[in-house]
Structures are given as structure tokens and as C-alpha cells.
Design a protein around this ligand. Structure first.
Ligand code: CP3
Length: 355
């Protein structure tokens, strides 16, 4: 077992004592960093960057060179799975992800393969292995996947969406087709995340970015049920350590108890819920990750520090909190503000861990 020099991120997810509250930022590698833009230009485009393990490792490490972050996250994308299923992912500048083939019917779903992670997705596993070497035990590496529902929204809408009419039409007019798709995605995600763990991911996170567009009943039926299946299928220990699992449903504040009941180790919070309330509701069961509004990083440093202090106070004493933004960092945030944020979490959290 490799000794980690800094394991407070893993410890906090398991509610073990820590010296200060660990912090990382969703989308911490990305376009707000000039060095990221330079490496992406070297790669050609975003998918070529994802498919080049050395360059994916380089951009994973870039934010860690700037800021004392407590975790690294694999540089990749949630849409690697639909791409490996043969949908032909591409990125139109300024317009987000697109697919050459869109899923429209039960027969389209039936034709989709379950990708072999060490074959079609080997570039992701190679990136994990390369990053683990590059990290050299400094901090843990987070692996990730999209939730089946969130992946399905992109696969059926053909890209990003605002109203989700195509996927909801499938959900309500042909639910069997959608359940077949979600089930196939859940199987694919289990294989994919377990392969990331075998390759060296020390914790995994599931991004359910669009679960919050569903009604409470439909959230359970079309999103949570499949995340629960994934949690049940994951390798929970590797290299002699627990591999903590974090579930993040954006806009999922109404459903915290159900999310915690899946057996995950931690629940990711966006900024629309008060962390003190979240802790009172599920803090005895799971750790919490979050939850500063990413737009707060536009504020002057003193205001960022004030907000960090408020959230730390909301969580209160003891372990079980991984500080983060409530969603990905915006691309026009000054990098120095991210530095102020990370430093503030470490400096201001020490008094909460004195016991
Ligand atoms: O957090 C990290 O630093 C790791 C890398 C990471 C990326 N995407 C890189 C990326 C992670 C964890 C993701 C997850 C992801 N991808 C999600 C779930 C989390 C969330 O933000 O809600 C979703 C929904 C996607 C799908 C996706 N990928 C979209 C909608 C877009 C376009 C929007 C945008 O920001 O441009 C992407 C592209 C993408 N994924 C970029 C990055 C750094 C930008 C691509 C570029 O360099 O131009």
C-alpha cells in the first residue's frame, strides 16, 4: 500500500479526524487556467486531450501546482461512455457536446454495446495510471462518471438541453426503452468505475448534473434507482484502503435522505441548500461535499473569505466535510481568487478540528 502524504480528503469522506477541512474544486482543471488552454492547444482539441494520457496527466496536475488542493480529479469527461458506445462525440466550439448518432428508440438502445473499459476506454485507464505515477502519493486521485440519467439526457437530446423534451418524451411515452438504456448505462458505469479503481482511482464520484429536472417520483425511478445499483456494484476497498463514493445530484437538496440511503459515503451539495440543514438531515449517515456558489469566486477576496467562514460555521465542528464549490468553477474566474478560496478553507477551518 502506497502511503499518501496528504490523505485528509479520504479521511473526511469517511468522517475520520482531520487537521483542517480538505478542499478541491469541481472542474479544477480547465479554461480559467492559461496553462490549461496552452496544453489543450497543443493537443488540438478537447477529446484529443482526454485521449492523450500524458497530456491528460499534465492538465490534471496543473491546478495542484498552483494551489494546495487536497485531491486531484482525473481529467476526462462523463461523455466518454456514450462515445465508447459508438455515438461519435464531438465538441462544437461554444456550443458544448454533440453526438453524430442520437438515441431515439428502443431498437437504438438494443444496439448499444456495454463498453469494455480496458478496450474502448483504455485511454481513460491509461490516464489514471499515468496520473497516479505523476502524483507520487502527494494527494488522492478521484475517478468519476456521469449518472445513467445524466448520460441518457445527452445521448437522447443529442447534446446539452434546457427543456429536456426528448428524454422526457421517452421517459413518459416509452418508459421501457428508457429503462433499458439506463440499465445498460448502469452496467457500463459499474465496469468503468471499477476499472478506474483497479487502475488507481482512490475515490469515485458520480455526477448527476440533471437529476434535479425530474419530479420527486421520477427522480427515484429514473435516476436514483440506477445510482443505487451502481453503488451496490462498486469495489469499495483497494490497496488496503476504503474507496469512498460520492453522489452529487445538482438541485437534489429535496432528496438528501434518499440519496444518503443508497449506501454512498458522501453526498455532494450544490449551493441551493444550507449546509447546516443538510448536516442536520443526513450528517449522521454520510459526509458532505460542498457547497459555495461558484459565482462567489467573482467577489473580492474578503467576500470569498467571509463566505468560506459562513459555510465552515454552518457545518460546525468535526470531520465529515469536504469543502468544494456547489458546481464547476466558471471559466472567467481569476485564478488568484481560486487560490484565496483554497487558502481560506485551510486557514479558517483549523479551529473546527481541535477536539
Ligand atoms: O473537474 C475536473 O477538473 C475534471 C474534468 C471534468 C470535465 N468534465 C472536463 C471538461 C469533469 C469531472 C467533467 C464532468 C462533466 N462533463 C459533467 C458533470 C459535471 C458538471 O459540470 O455538471 C458534465 C455534465 C459534462 C459534459 C460536458 N463536458 C459539457 C456540458 C461540456 C461543455 C461545457 C463546457 O464547460 O465547455 C464539456 C466539456 C468539458 N469537460 C470541458 C472540460 C475542461 C471544457 C472543454 C474545453 O476545454 O473546451
Amino acid at each position: 500500500m502506497q502511503q499518501l502524504k496528504n490523505d485528509r480528503y479520504l479521511r473526511a469522506l469517511l468522517k475520520q479526524p482531520v487537521d483542517v477541512t480538505p478542499v478541491w474544486m469541481m472542474r479544477q482543471a480547465g479554461r480559467y487556467l492559461p496553462e490549461y488552454k496552452a496544453t489543450r492547444a497543443e493537443a488540438g482539441d478537447f477529446m484529443s486531450l482526454c485521449k492523450n494520457p500524458e497530456l491528460a496527466c499534465e492538465v490534471t496536475l496543473q491546478p495542484l501546482r498552483r494551489f494546495p488542493l487536497d485531491a486531484a480529479i482525473l481529467f476526462s469527461d462523463i461523455l466518454t461512455i456514450p462515445d465508447a458506445m459508438g455515438q461519435g462525440l464531438y465538441f462544437e466550439t461554444g456550443e458544448g457536446p454533440r453526438f453524430k448518432k442520437v438515441i431515439e428508440s428502443a431498437s437504438d438502445v438494443a444496439k448499444l454495446p456495454v463498453p469494455d473499459p480496458e478496450d474502448e476506454l483504455k485511454y481513460v485507464m491509461d490516464a489514471v495510471r499515468t496520473i497516479r505515477k505523476g502524483l507520487n502519493g502527494d494527494v488522492p486521485l478521484i475517478g468519476f462518471s456521469g449518472s445513467p440519467w445524466t448520460l441518457a439526457t445527452y445521448m437522447v437530446e443529442g447534446g446539452s438541453s434546457k427543456a429536456f423534451t426528448k428524454i422526457k418524451k421517452m421517459a413518459f411515452a416509452d418508459p421501457n426503452a428508457l429503462h433499458a438504456l439506463l440499465d445498460k448505462l448502469a452496467d457500463s458505469v459499474i465496469l468503468y468505475l471499477n476499472a478506474q479503481i483497479a487502475a488507481g482511482a482512490q475515490s469515485v464520484m458520480i455526477f448527476d448534473t440533471w437529476g434535479g429536472v425530474l419530479s420527486p417520483r421520477d427522480y427515484k425511478l429514473f435516476s436514483l434507482q440506477y445510482m443505487h445499483k451502481i453503488v451496490d456494484g462498486l469495489t469499495r476497498e483497494n490497496e488496503g484502503r476504503k474507496v469512498p463514493v460520492t453522489l452529487f445530484t445538482k438541485n437534489g437538496g429535496m432528496w438528501l435522505e434518499s440519496i444518503a440511503a443508497t449506501g454512498c459515503d458522501a453526498v455532494g451539495l450544490d449551493w441551493t441548500i444550507d449546509i447546516a440543514e443538510a448536516k442536520a438531515r443526513i450528517g449522521d449517515k454520510v459526509a458532505l461535499q460542498g457547497n459555495m456558489d461558484p459565482s462567489m469566486l467573482y467577489a473580492p477576496p474578503a467576500r470569498i473569505e467571509e463566505e468560506v467562514a459562513i459555510i465552515l460555521d454552518g457545518f460546525g465542528e468535526g470531520s465529515g466535510h469536504v469543502f468544494n464549490l456547489g458546481h464547476g468553477i466558471h471559466l472567467d474566474v481569476p485564478p488568484e481568487h481560486a487560490g484565496v478560496f483554497v487558502d481560506a478553507v485551510h486557514r479558517l477551518s483549523a479551529p473546527y478540528h481541535k477536539a
